[in-house]
Design a protein around this ligand. Sequence first.
Ligand code: FES
Ligand code: FES
Length: 155
Amino acid sequence: MKRHNIQFSLNNEKISIEVEPNDVLLDVLRNKLGIKSPKVGCDRGDCGTCTVLMNGRTVRSCLALAVEADGAEIVTLEGANTRKWTQKLQKKFHEKNAFQCGFCAPGVILSATELLEKNSKPDNHEIKEAIAGNLCRCTGYEPIVEAIAEAAKGK
Ligand code: FES
Ligand code: FES
């Protein structure tokens, strides 16, 4: 198979890398570029643990081909730390002990970041919708929803 050279921005760093046409973005991030916050969960689009931001929108990196990242801006939790809402969310999640094992956390935080960047005053229904694609097997979601609501209100 013909390899492709792709170039993209990853957490504000320019990346140029050769990939196979069928390489999956999640594998390239984790195994070739050493970015470990997107987790391998279901590996088939169901759990959201592999979530990254592509051009400001959440995508499941286990379902995206690496070639789709060509020319894009990719942000993972490692690079989102400088974003205003990501910082507020992380602080609030920490204060409220909103996660247990933390496996879902990077995906949840990026989904909540996307929400608050578009809508800084979400109601609980909108919060639940925004994280509906991020499965959490530990918390029952209540502390996560509360933390996002409080981060939005700046409490
Ligand atoms: S690992 Fe991608 S959605 Fe589960
Ligand atoms: S805190 Fe364990 S999966 Fe969410």
